[in-house]
Design a protein around this ligand. Sequence first.
Ligand SMILES: NC(=O)C1=CN([C@@H]2O[C@H](COP(=O)(O)OP(=O)(O)OC[C@H]3O[C@@H](n4cnc5c(N)ncnc54)[C@H](O)[C@@H]3O)[C@@H](O)[C@H]2O)C=CC1
Ligand SMILES: O=C(CO)COP(=O)(O)O
Length: 353
Amino acid sequence: MLKGNMAKKSVCIVGSGNWGSAIAKILGKNVQGSDIFEEKILMYMYEENVNGRKLTEIVNTEHENVKYLPGVKIPENVVAVPEVCEACTGADILVFVLPHQFVRTTCQKMVGSIKKNAIAISLIKGFAITDSGIQLISSIISEILGIECAVMMGANLAVEVASEQFCESTIGSKNEVTGRLLKQLFQTPYFRCTVVEDANTVESCGALKNVVGIGAGIVDGLGYGDNTKAAVIRLGLMEMIKFCEIFTTGSKTETFFESCGVADLVATCHGGRNRMLGEAVVKSDKTIRELEKEILRGQSFQGPLVAKEIYEILEKKNMLQRFPLFVTVHKICKRELEPSNFIDCLREHPEHM
Ligand SMILES: NC(=O)C1=CN([C@@H]2O[C@H](COP(=O)(O)OP(=O)(O)OC[C@H]3O[C@@H](n4cnc5c(N)ncnc54)[C@H](O)[C@@H]3O)[C@@H](O)[C@H]2O)C=CC1
Ligand SMILES: O=C(CO)COP(=O)(O)O
């Protein structure tokens, strides 16, 4: 156990959507009475009006994020703040939990406001693309803020976590001391954390499984059953492993057996928002944007963006034919292929040749 003769560490949550709010519940409770962590947690909330009131004001008076996680009480020691610089000033631990498209601009605003020895942890499941290839979100955070960044990914559908149903999660930290500290911050009797050192694979799994989740939704939408979905999960896993072998330095096969790997894949393919999107893409001819608005009402599907990012890098490296499942999901989301083509993609997969 890490115990404090040292000053208590203060925590800031950067993000407050569906997952951010579920995490606020866990962290808010875990720091109460702690001799390691400060009791008050500031949570950066992208401000918006909900029924004529500011969302921060609603959260700070009713202690519920009525838009992104209705029906769940957020502990009163978590305070929503609309300015990210105000939220992060003085924090020792920064917990990033935003849709990945907002990370770079949010970090840029934080430059100059954070403690120089702060540490970060990213709960964000996505990638960014640069001229040289894939960039992990944790490395964007590290690069812009000049601090260490661990990750946490797992089979963690926010609504189930918020209702305290048992689950596991994987903390990826290259630094063992940091990993132990973060486990103390996140673990509860119903949210069990394992720490591994292969952080880049943990993070890559979190991004890639979103694309497979859309594939699972497509076969649901086409009316196929559990055998077909199991094939999507298996072929998706094979592509995830191959992708990490090529793009993630030092990737270890055993990391795929942690919660961040197979377990998150199974959870997302059965209960995730990306699965819902895949099904909707089959049943409607609306665009992804229209479906996102209609189905999620403010929340965000990360899968289509990750599929596009993967497609761009594979095209650049002339590797499209080695990842047919990822590529076909992207083309179906773009409406360049019919959803029924997905079954041909499974049938003709290189795993069967
Ligand atoms: N929801 C879930 O069950 C889980 C989500 N995740 C991951 O956590 C990350 C965050 O997801 P959620 O919390 O579910 O978010 P969400 O899908 O609820 O996204 C909406 C959030 O984005 C914010 N936002 C909108 N415009 C913004 C802007 N311009 N700048 C900053 N923020 C803006 C909204 O205020 C809201 O907080 C994603 O990478 C997701 O894949 C990981 C595990 C579980
Ligand atoms: O990451 C998740 C579960 O672990 C949530 O997945 P979705 O974004 O598909 O809902």
